[in-house]
Design a protein around this ligand. Structure first.
Ligand code: GLU
Length: 416
């Protein structure tokens, strides 16, 4: 089954469980499942390949799932596997995330099926600007606010801010995750990973794991994975395995995150990191460790490898890294999972803080951003874990129930 179907099937399964538990009517379920708007966007760009200019037509998407609690909010993904099904599932997930952490946004997601690493800087700029031009009628500061996701970054947001502002006047709040020099928030770049580390620590503490004696494996060393590694290393956890798209590295005695970051900056890959042995991405997931953090793409933990996972705690830094069948297998074995909608919600929470600062034209200090972030993440974690204990359900089911109830209530109160 391709990733598109796995994503949708996984999401649907978790939702169905929550719908049953909340005894929602079919009509309510249908409303909660339906996207408000699904837009397909053709993005033509001239690329310079093999010595000549050729026109390439890329497929872009923006799915606006639900805006009953506030403007649509969610990232833009540039990745070859992007398709409508995946974006639909990820847009829904944003609705549950923003509701769970109780910020006044709905959920959306967008992206382009493209490998940005194969484009030159100017081609990427052209692609980003064209995409933004075509999205312009459906986005807005109080309508839909894009942000970075896999394959996009603050520079891409800067181009989009500029493109949108050409026709709408200067609008800092049109995107979040911008460079700080253009109104981006201090702390936003590291917020998702730091949030993952903060919640991993809370869940680990609940399992009586002590940082100094806990081994951590992180799959994926992009923005989220690398900041999770920094956050966990700062708390005293021993990181024994890391990976990027090229493969993994391991050292049971611990890997220096500073060295790993330096090597990424210099060579763009973890491969060959001094003091480590190579390991494949697949084997990395099955390493003997206490905490496993999948921080790459969807469906990395499936029925095929779930039983081989040795960690007692999995923290979903990525969106939907565990299929629902694998999730059942892990549950049966007593593995605790901090689900994506909770684990990586620090990203969109910091985006909310950025948007607020932009609207007020009043930037906050980094410490203010990060302490507000930690407080809100802690209280969200407590609420979810208390509900899970009361109802004897796992953290994912509790998080979904809380989020769905909030969205359902907003729909009902607004009267549609
Ligand atoms: N792309 C991130 C996510 O999946 C952040 C979205 C945002 O900040 O709007 O949560």
């Amino acid at each position: 089954m391709d990733k598109k179907c796995i994503c949708q099937e996984t999401q649907r399964h978790f939702l169905n469980q929550a719908f049953d538990s909340l005894t929602l009517k079919d009509s309510q379920q249908e409303l909660l499942l339906s996207s408000f708007r699904e837009t397909r966007i053709t993005v033509p760009v001239t690329l310079y390949h093999n010595g000549e200019n050729t026109l390439h037509t890329f497929q872009g998407y923006r799915v606006q799932h639900n805006h009953s609690r506030g403007p649509f909010k969610g990232g833009l993904r540039f990745h070859p596997d992007v398709n409508m099904g995946e974006i639909q599932a990820l847009a829904q997930l944003m609705t549950w995330k923003t509701a769970l952490v109780d910020i006044p946004f709905g959920g959306a997601k967008g992206g382009i099926a493209v490998d940005p690493r194969k484009l030159s800087e100017s081609e990427l700029e052209e692609l980003s600007r064209r995409f933004c031009q075509k999205m312009a009628p459906i986005i807005g500061v109080h309508k839909d606010i894009p942000a970075p996701d896999i394959g996009t970054n603050p520079q891409v947001m800067a181009w989009m801010l500029d493109e949108y502002s050409k026709t709408h006047g200067y609008r800092t709040a049109i995107v979040t995750g911008k460079p700080i020099a253009l109104g981006g928030s201090a702390g936003r770049l590291e917020a998702t990973g730091y949030g993952v580390a903060h919640l991993a620590h809370k869940a680990a503490t609940a399992l009586s794991l002590v940082p100094e004696h806990s081994k951590v494996v992180i799959q994926g060393f992009g923005n989220v994975g690398s900041h999770t590694a920094i956050g966990l290393a700062n708390k005293g956890y021993k990181i024994i395995g890391l990976s990027d798209v090229n493969g993994g590295v391991m050292n049971t005695a611990g890997i220096s995150i500073d060295q790993a970051l330096a090597q990424i900056t210099e060579q763009g890959t973890l491969t060959g990191l001094a003091g480590t042995s190579p390991i494949s991405n697949a084997d990395l997931l099955e390493l003997s460790c206490d905490i496993l953090v999948p921080a790459a793409l969807e469906a990395t933990i499936t029925c095929d490898n779930a039983d081989a996972i040795q960690a007692q705690l999995i923290v979903e830094a990525a969106n939907m890294p565990i299929t629902h069948r694998a999730d059942d297998q892990l549950k049966q074995r007593g593995v605790v999972v901090v689900p994506d909608l909770l684990a990586n919600v620090g990203g969109v929470l910091a985006s909310y803080y950025e948007w607020v600062q932009n609207l007020q034209q009043f930037p906050w200090e980094r410490d203010t951003v990060l302490s507000r972030l930690e407080n809100r993440l802690s209280s969200t974690y407590e609420t979810v874990s208390i509900l899970a204990q009361e109802k004897k359900i796992d953290l994912r089911a509790a998080a979904y129930e809380l989020a769905i109830q909030r969205v359902e209530q907003a729909i009902r109160l607004r009267g549609f």
